[in-house]
Design a protein around this ligand. Structure first.
Ligand SMILES: Nc1ncnc2c1ncn2[C@@H]1O[C@H](COP(=O)(O)OP(=O)(O)OP(=O)(O)O)[C@@H](O)[C@H]1O
Length: 254
């Protein structure tokens, strides 16, 4: 299956992206086109260049070849319109939930009342109402990731890049956060690229799944449209069929 359909105004267009670090070729000929408000999952094992691809899309790394465009503008430096959620919790430990979520707005010199209003909206959206004054060390892993999502949303990004955000959570919390992610995204749509190595997570979340092949250099492989209504059921027969197909195609372990 193609991972591109034309003609469209894409939110993200990566054309011919390759990246070398010295003699190490990390990415090769990546063509990735993402539509507005699409939830794209990049499915691949560790060490396949996923983080490097995200850093290139966000303008934090320059590609060796190829171009990235956000809407019709070529990315040539750090992109303020891109929000990140990482696997590791990157909260400021000395700041409260509110302090963390409103941080980027404060840096933009937004007046206190306005930024509190926006931050509160996203704290509520991620289900953390009542925890505004808590500090990161008082929160569980799932709650910390909720703060990370609220913080990314508060900055009003055009694009959210989520790099294995639930990878460190226990299985139960992970499933809960996947459900929450769908709820949050349906409440406030964004263009999302989400990286995971977990097939079930990919099918549960994505409009489209694109595989990233495992050995360096990372190359995009097969793509799958996920035409299942949300909320999806892990035990639904169509869900299981797609899981089997991707497993057979990719040889990734379940
Ligand atoms: N700044 C850098 N300098 C040199 N080599 C790098 C740099 N960044 C990444 N690499 C190389 O690229 C490879 C892939 O890194 P990257 O973090 O993009 O992969 P990943 O798929 O996100 O891995 P993981 O799942 O383990 O986080 C690494 O093994 C490393 O060899």
């Amino acid at each position: 299956m193609e991972n591109r359909s034309e003609p469209l105004n894409y939110k993200i267009s990566c054309t011919g992206i390759s990246k070398n670090f010295g003699d190490t070729k990390v990415l090769e000929k990546i063509d990735l086109f993402v539509k507005e408000n699409e939830f794209v999952v990049i499915l691949g094992p560790g060490q396949s260049g996923k983080s490097t691809l995200f850093r290139i899309i966000a303008g934090l790394e320059t590609p060796s070849t190829g171009t990235v465009k956000i809407e019709d503008k070529e990315v040539s430096g750090p992109e303020p319109t891109v929000g990140f959620v990482f696997q590791r919790y990157t909260l400021f430990p000395w700041k409260t939930v509110m302090g963390n979520v409103e941080m980027s707005l404060k840096l933009k010199n937004m007046p206190l009342q306005k930024r509190r209003e926006i931050a509160q909206h996203y704290i509520d959206l991620v289900g953390l109402g009542g925890f505004e004054k808590s500090y990161p060390h008082q929160l569980s892993g799932g709650m910390k990731q909720r703060v990370g999502i609220a913080r990314a949303y508060a900055n009003n990004p055009k694009i959210m890049l989520m790099d294995e955000p639930f990878g460190q959570l226990d299985a139960q919390t992970r499933i809960l956060m996947e459900q929450e992610m769908v709820r949050i995204w349906e409440a406030e749509k964004r263009t999302i690229c989400f990286v995971t190595n977990n097939i079930e997570e990919a099918i549960f979340l994505g409009d489209r799944i694109i595989t990233l092949e495992g050995k360096l250099p990372g190359r995009l492989g097969l793509a799958y449209e996920v035409n299942l209504p949300r909320p999806r059921e892990f035990t639904d027969i169509e869900f299981l069929k797609l899981r089997q197909k991707i497993t057979d195609d990719t040889q990734l372990t379940l």
